[in-house]
Design a protein. Structure first.
Length: 299
């Protein structure tokens, strides 16, 4: 079972800042108690904040400062702890997913992809000082361009025959000041992790690194919540971000997703469920959705 250590900070000794510190601590304590009791229904950050008596933004920053991780990350850790316990027994992947408050095995897999966003400074610098490793590899959806830093997978693109140079230039434009070096062996290992479903293991999550504006990263994080084998409209994503009029902005952010397939932008549809376009080709988008539907059927 997961344990959570809360940094005592100003609680250690009495002082003039102790009342504020105690209020902050109490808010975090109430949030932890609420999440621990209700994680199975996967409450929203708004629900957690309401239980803690603070705003969602305040809770996010307080929780991270006192507990060392975000409220969402804590809830995901509790969910995985429970799922791992079930999987060690006789439970199937589907049973473990449903018993953990998730919609299905695809959703459980999504939690096994951990991610972090690069800092605003790194984003503004265009990746200056960053060493980017890359290589093209075969995949179920054609040639895949895999890119990585020392922190994890940072790019995944696709190319039709003869378009490899164009795909590489497109991805390099996202980190114009980074240095690039071909790494066949290292990126091959990542490619295998991505496309070989037998390697999708909860105890070995695939780490991805996102670089973009705050809004873009929020859209990409929302994409990670869409269960495998399902799809949502841009307007659904906008509503989840509490920006109902931002469907076009959501569509633009989806199109800029630097880690295709892993961050499942192919699961985002246009108005009324239309497939609309896809940065790496509509045929490839259809193939991905069909492939995932088959995977869910197998589970």
């Amino acid at each position: 079972m997961m344990t959570l250590a809360i940094h005592d900070q100003a609680l250690a000794k009495p002082g003039p800042q102790q009342p504020a510190a105690l209020r902050d601590y109490d808010s975090v304590r109430r949030a932890i108690a609420f999440i621990s009791e209700h994680w199975r229904r996967q409450p929203t950050i708004e629900d957690m904040a309401d239980a803690a008596g603070v705003t969602p933004d305040e809770l996010h920053h307080l929780f991270r400062r006192w507990a060392g991780l975000t409220p969402k990350a804590f809830m995901q850790a509790l969910t995985l702890d429970h799922a791992k316990g079930l999987l060690k027994g006789s439970a199937s992947v589907l049973d473990a997913a449903l018993d953990s408050g998730l919609s299905g095995p695809g959703r459980l897999h999504d939690l096994f992809v951990t991610h972090e966003a690069m800092s605003p400074g790194e984003w503004k610098s265009g990746g200056s000082g960053m060493a980017m490793r890359y290589r093209f590899h075969p995949s179920p959806f054609g040639t895949a361009l895999v890119m990585a830093t020392g922190r994890g997978l940072s790019g995944l693109a696709f190319a039709d025959p003869g378009e490899e140079a164009s795909a590489l230039a497109d991805m390099k434009s996202r980190w114009p000041r980074a240095s690039y070096v071909e790494d066949p062996a290292g990126t091959a290992t990542l490619a295998q992790r991505i496309f070989d479903t037998s390697l999708w293991r909860q105890d070995q999550p695939l780490r991805v690194v996102l670089i973009g504006t705050d809004f873009e990263v929020r859209v990409w994080e929302t994409l990670l919540k869409i269960p495998m084998g399902r799809a949502v409209c841009y307007s659904d994503i906008a509503n989840r971000l509490q920006a109902p009029k931002a469907s076009r902005a959501v569509g633009a952010a989806v199109g800029k997703n630097p880690i295709s397939f892993v961050v499942p932008c192919h699961r985002a549809l246009g108005k009324s469920g239309a497939l609309t376009g896809y940065h790496w080709g509509l045929t490839r988008k259809k193939a991905m959705l069909g492939w995932e539907a088959g995977q869910v059927g197998v589970n």
